[in-house]
Design a protein around this ligand. Structure first.
Ligand code: F0G
Length: 442
């Protein structure tokens, strides 16, 4: 039996009730499975064998890197109600470059930008939209910094009779992200406001109208996103890393990844839970500040400008869940500066793994944690890249063609403009500049 449990007072609510906060104390709700029943069903080794047997499934919902773990995601949702692309099954790349750059034993990048709409949000949306359809909802909505809206719109478009409404902060998301809900036929609304305002207004409307909210305050979404932890553990032969580094905005994803690892541990699939490191841009880093201050009080900030626009959030909705998960894992939150973020992006991009500025915030956070000794030389680290670089072309072009504090950025790969003339091209190709331009060792 699965419930919605309040993370504050522990009160249970039925899963099928449309609610996002506790009736008694207004805290966030969390989907709670009957772990004892799941333990009685199988032991850890048997769960591992079951999930391994589904790898490479040629048809059906087990093709999905979310629904491969159906029993741990939404066990009561019938397979024939699932709306799936399929999503997940993203690569876990070993990064020799980051290992060398940082002097760390093992560094992998879990590239969630390889999902159908190019971000990890598809994992939450397959759960959220499937559940919405199951309970008979036909109007779903979200506020977004770009990726949630892209995913929601694409999954709603697959569900017969379902309409999606997206509310976006005007001028604060990339062109590629903006194009996605428009293309998928969602009702696309833009407000002259930041994301924190967009979500506050939408939550207000959802309390009054029969609109199903699919932001990560919706606990069903978190169940889908947990699969990042499951898939990572499975790809590492069920030997979890020492650290998992995640970029943090609204703080749903780091909560979900934590929940995923705690599930696996409780059910005996893994022997220990990795430590979680949440990374934020300095311009929007309430959780990094809270960590520095020993979590004395809830921190809210007004988010400033950052290239990591998807995590430009000053008042994260899943704040309490994220703090609980990070503290329970003995982890940390920290922040990175704009040059650190964009240099880290260029470093990873130049190895042929194209990531976005939000993902690069996690890479920069990792490098900083390694320099500060929070992460040790012998540690095994997984960095979650949350979206694809192709969603943020302008940030890439601005970095490589622009300046940082008046100077050419450390890893800039300038475009070479030549006359339309074979001789000019030939002369350039045999010049010393051609031999070094943009070159980074793999
Ligand atoms: N990375 C990317 C690329 C994102 O789009 C987001 C969140 C995050 C990281 C942070 O995840 O919010 O769970 O802490 N984007 C949301 C959106 C807010 O509307 O697309 P989080």
């Amino acid at each position: 039996m699965t419930f919605l449990r309040c993370i504050g007072c522990g009160r249970d609510h039925p899963l099928q009730e449309i609610r996002y906060e506790c009736e008694a104390c207004s805290n966030l709700l969390e989907v709670t499975h009957d772990l004892d029943a799941l333990k009685r069903q199988r032991d850890g080794a048997s769960w591992r064998r079951l999930f391994d047997s589904r790898l490479g499934a040629a048809s059906g919902i087990h093709q999905s890197g979310v629904w491969r773990y159906h029993e741990l995601i939404l066990p009561d949702l019938p397979a024939d109600r699932v709306v799936t692309r399929p999503e997940g099954n993203t690569n876990l790349y070993r990064s020799a470059r980051l290992e060398r750059e940082s002097g760390t034993a093992s560094v992998h990048i879990k590239h969630e930008g390889e999902n159908p709409t190019l971000s990890f949000k598809d994992r939450g949306m397959t759960a959220g939209v499937s559940f919405a359809r199951f309970i008979g909802v036909d109007l779903v909505a979200c506020a977004s910094t770009g990726d949630t809206s892209a995913a929601m719109a694409a999954y709603a478009a697959q569900a017969e009779g379902m309409r999606g409404v997206v509310v976006l902060p005007r001028g604060k998301i990339s062109l590629e992200q903006l194009s996605q809900p428009i293309a998928s036929g969602a009702l696309t609304v833009s407000l002259p406001a930041d994301f924190d305002t967009c979500i506050r207004l939408l939550r207000e409307v959802c309390r009054r109208r029969p609109v199903y909210l699919l932001n990560s305050v919706n606990p069903v979404r978190i169940e889908g996103q947990k699969s990042i932890a499951y898939e990572t553990a499975q790809q590492l032969g069920w030997q979890p890393p020492d650290w998992v580094v995640v970029p943090v905005g609204n703080a749903g994803n780091i909560s979900a990844i934590g929940k995923g690892f705690f599930d696996l541990h409780a059910l005996g699939l893994i022997e220990r839970v990795p430590r979680l490191l949440g990374a934020q841009p300095e311009a929007a880093a309430p959780l990094a500040r809270a960590h520095r201050e020993g979590y004395r009080e809830r921190v809210r900030v007004k988010a400033g400008e950052t290239a990591a626009t998807a995590i430009r959030i000053g008042d994260p909705v899943s704040y309490d869940k994220a703090v609980a998960a990070v503290r329970r894992s003995n982890g940390a939150f920290l922040s990175a500066t704009e040059p650190e973020i964009m240099d880290a992006k260029a470093l990873v991009d130049a190895t042929g793994i194209y990531i976005c500025p939000n993902s690069a915030t996690a890479v920069a956070g990792f490098l900083k944690a390694r320099r500060d000794g929070i992460i040790g030389a012998g540690d095994r680290v997984v960095i979650v890249a949350t979206a694809h670089g192709c969603k943020f072309s302008q940030a890439t072009i601005d970095y490589h063609g622009g300046r940082q504090d008046g100077v050419v950025p450390a890893r800039a790969n300038r475009i070479i403009e030549l006359d339309a003339d074979a001789g000019a091209l030939e002369r350039f190709l045999s010049s010393p500049a051609a031999a070094t331009s943009g070159k980074v060792a793999p």
